[in-house]
Design a protein around this ligand. Structure first.
Ligand SMILES: Cc1ncc(COP(=O)(O)O)c(C=O)c1O
Length: 394
């Protein structure tokens, strides 16, 4: 037997991929499943972006590129981030990575020592806790509460800070709750970060998927924050490019150099032809993004209304991302039991709230990156399955 290193016992995972595999196995047995588990747009990548990649291949962007990214791409990203966040970012602040996810690993590895504490949202994207623990730091969960619209409670945050706190992770709009931090929240969090000399990892991967009057506000825009913030963003969600693996981090230049070195030690660089396509994504027509967001909004409204009409379910209307996080405590089942029950009895794949940390108990996460007819079918199936539960049999 090959020896497995001790540290592997501290590595977590992302349950979405496990549930997807379970759902696919049921489909292979002939069962029909509506997929509301995986966090990716069901839209195709816009054709101008695909054309740019095809041309890049013909132009032989098939070789190694510089570790932090192609200079022309870093320049376009710097301009885009400067404009969208109202800050001044240079190409030297940009590191291009295969998806946004590697930034989590690289930054925690680069900036956090063993024994340091990192505060992260819980329920939250599971990879934060996994990577923090894996690297020997202490993951300190910051509970996001339903009654607070799943925003960060400033008093709760203050109470978690110790002299060992090194980093704070923010994610707005948020996965799994769809919660958004307001400019006022952001300003208060920024002053706490400055006061306590914290590094902030701001995961802004859903920054362009916001609805109505809500606007994304980056903590990097607050005076004094740029030099202590790392922005994570990318192309997976905004441009329906999950399989391309294209993302980036924005960080102080000296940290960017170290992260580029991490990349030399791991992936060498991000695929070059995808970076050329990324230039087209940011500089080409943006109407595809706007249409996608409008369609997500319609779906959000349909799924929120539908879930709220199901006994035992209570669902807030989120203002960003493409997830809903209904409270299901009224069904009498734990979130794990309920997710399994819905997969097997209703043919609906979703994630249990605890896939996003222990404070996700009592909730489910549905991704509404699926068509309205499929969402309606899922709602109908859930309604029928829930009616059969013992609590509703009196
Ligand atoms: C909050 C959050 N951050 C980052 C990512 C990673 O995105 P990418 O596909 O660019 O690695 C995801 C993907 O689900 C996410 O939900």
């Amino acid at each position: 037997m090959i020896h497995v290193a001790q540290r592997m016992s501290r590595l977590g995972t992302e349950t979405a991929f496990l549930v997807l595999a379970k759902a696919r196995a049921l489909e292979a047995q002939g069962k029909s499943i509506v997929h509301l588990e995986i966090g990716e747009p069901d839209f195709d990548t816009p054709s101008n972006i695909k054309q740019a990649a095809k041309k890049a291949l013909d132009d032989n962007f098939t070789h190694y590129g510089p570790a932090p990214g192609l200079p022309q791409f870093r320049a376009v990203i710097a301009k885009h981030v400067s404009l969208t966040r109202g800050i001044e970012v240079t190409p030297e602040n940009v590191v291009v990575t295969p998806g946004g996810k590697p930034i989590m690993f690289y930054i925690i590895m680069t900036c956090v020592d063993e024994g340091d504490e990192v505060i992260y949202p819980n329920p939250g994207f599971p990879i934060y806790e996994s990577v923090i623990e894996f690297l020997g730091a202490k993951a300190v969960p910051l509970r996001l509460k339903e009654e607070n619209g799943f925003r960060i409670d400033i008093q709760d945050l203050k109470q978690l800070i110790t002299e060992k706190t090194r980093m704070l992770i923010l994610n707005s709009p948020q996965n799994p709750t769809g919660g958004i931090l307001t400019p006022d929240d952001i300003r208060k969090i920024a002053s706490i970060a400055i006061e306590n000399d914290l590094i902030v990892l701001s995961d802004e991967i859903y920054s362009q998927i916001v609805y109505g009057d809500f606007k994304h506000y980056s903590i990097a825009s607050v005076p004094g924050m740029l030099e202590r913030t790392v922005i994570l963003d990318g192309f997976s969600k905004t441009f329906a490019m999950t399989g391309w693996r294209l993302g980036y981090g924005i960080m102080p230049e000296e940290i960017a150099k170290l992260v580029a070195q991490m990349q030399i030690n791991s992936t060498s660089c991000t695929a070059t032809f995808t970076q050329i396509a990324g230039i087209e994504a940011l500089t080409g027509p943006q109407d595809g993004v706007q249409k996608m967001v409008q369609e997500f909004k319609r779906r959000r409204d349909a799924i929120v209304d539908g879930l709220n009409s199901i006994p035992g379910f209570k669902c807030q209307k989120p203002h960003g991302a493409f997830y809903v996080f209904p409270n299901i405590t009224g069904t009498g089942k734990s979130s794990r039991e309920m997710a399994d029950y819905l997969l097997n009895e209703a043919g609906v794949a979703c994630l249990c709230g605890t896939a996003f940390g222990r404070f996700g108990e009592g909730y489910l996460r549905f991704s509404y990156a699926n068509s309205i007819p499929n969402i309606e079918k899922a709602l109908e199936n859930i309604r029928k399955a829930v009616k059969k539960l013992p609590v509703f049999q009196t």
